[in-house]
Design a protein around this ligand. Structure first.
Ligand code: NAI
Length: 337
């Protein structure tokens, strides 16, 4: 029986990199049956809704989605569908592995897994304006909600991930020196859980600003990183920059009753419709999905074909220093399979 997957091509470069990914998966013989749905701007265009009911129903049925990037209007307009999907399906763990595969890059030996809390912190969307005098928008307040239960499950997830994948160290990133209550709670929970894994997994904590610098100076020193929502969002883009950019950074959003796999990058409006986007991040995300459903052999095969194509450097997209189109790059990966 094929595994059913909700397929959301997304906005901007989304449809083009999704098509590339599906072609590669099909060439690799992945036994998947797609239920194609829309969201984001495509959802607004088709149904007047950035998160249509039929898309939600499909993910409820399959418990699995492969998703292209979705546009979120800046400032006004609808709220992020990505954030809403993570909340709707309680996808509390955002897992973003970053491995050094581009030859001659700035760093060697980067192999970091960022595990970001995905449902709490500043992303809970509790914010309001404060009126002072006649000015209704004189100030604005956003609430960063950190719970003990939410911290426990993400930090435990990070330690369990480390054990399962033979990793050695978990680094907890925080700002507890300033945000003593919210970030302090996250750190306290981390220290408590770390004791359960003492002797098996090393534990350290780092303040986020120092971490940003350390990642640039010595990325090879880090293994599994766990942090709250906003810091994870920022640091995972930084980490993707260490290993060749956003075009190579996959992400998984995992919860108890579902999982959504996507690229870390967005819709890249500046290059949309030009057939020059790098499909790599979504291809690597689809490998995480194959791992998730237990098809490790095929995940390894696709990852290897992709890595070999990038390392050969002949048929790669512009962001990797080449001149190939999305289609040519995809054909090269299929040939390498
Ligand atoms: P972006 O990630 O779309 O683009 C940043 C830069 O990276 C651009 O120069 C772009 O051309 C380049 N880039 C991104 N992906 C690439 C690829 N596959 N190949 C080659 N170059 C690539 O970030 P930006 O511009 O801040 O966001 C654009 C839209 O995407 C916004 O509406 C934002 O809300 C949305 N977004 C959606 C995400 C998601 O669906 N998970 C994640 C991040 C942003």
């Amino acid at each position: 029986m094929p595994t059913k997957v909700t397929l959301i091509p997304g906005d901007g470069i989304g449809p083009s990199i999704t098509e590339a990914t599906v072609r590669i998966l099909s060439a690799a013989g992945a036994d998947l049956e797609y239920d194609e749905q829309v969201a984001g701007v495509a959802g607004v265009t088709r149904f007047g809704d950035p998160m249509p009911e039929c898309t939600i129903d499909s993910i409820k049925r399959t418990g699995l989605a492969l998703k292209g990037p979705l546009e979120t209007p800046v400032g006004g307009g609808f709220r992020s569908v990505n954030v809403a999907l993570r909340k709707t399906f309680d996808l509390y763990a955002n897992v973003r592995p970053a491995v050094d595969i581009v030859p001659g890059g700035r760093y060697d030996d980067v192999d970091i897994v960022m595990i970001r809390e995905n449902t709490e912190g500043l992303y809970v969307g509790i914010e309001h304006y404060i009126k002072i005098g006649d000015d209704h928008r004189a100030a604005a307040e956003s609430i960063a909600l950190i719970t003990r239960a939410g911290s426990e499950r993400i930090i435990r997830y990070a330690f369990e991930y480390a054990v399962k994948h033979g990793r050695k160290k978990v680094t907890l990133v925080h700002k507890a020196n300033i945000l003593k209550f919210s970030q302090g709670l996250f750190l306290d929970v981390g220290r408590m859980i770390a004791q359960e894994y003492a002797g098996r997994i090393e534990f350290e904590d780092k303040i986020v600003d120092a971490m940003a610098m350390n990642l640039v100076l010595h990325p090879e020193r880090f293994d599994v990183i766990v942090t709250t929502n906003l810091f994870g969002d920022i640091l995972s883009d930084q980490i993707s920059g260490l290993v060749g950019g956003l075009g190579l950074a996959p992400g998984a959003n995992i919860g108890a009753s579902g999982a959504i796999f996507e690229a870390v990058h967005g819709t890249a409006p500046d290059i949309a419709g030009k057939n020059i986007a790098n499909p790599g991040a979504l291809v690597l995300a689809s490998c995480l999905m194959l791992d998730h459903i237990g098809d490790h052999d095929r995940a390894t095969q696709v990852r290897q074909a992709f890595t070999n194509t990038v390392r050969a450097g002949k048929t790669v997209t512009r962001d990797l220093g080449g001149t190939a189109s999305t289609t040519e790059f995809t054909d090269a990966v299929i040939a390498a399979l």
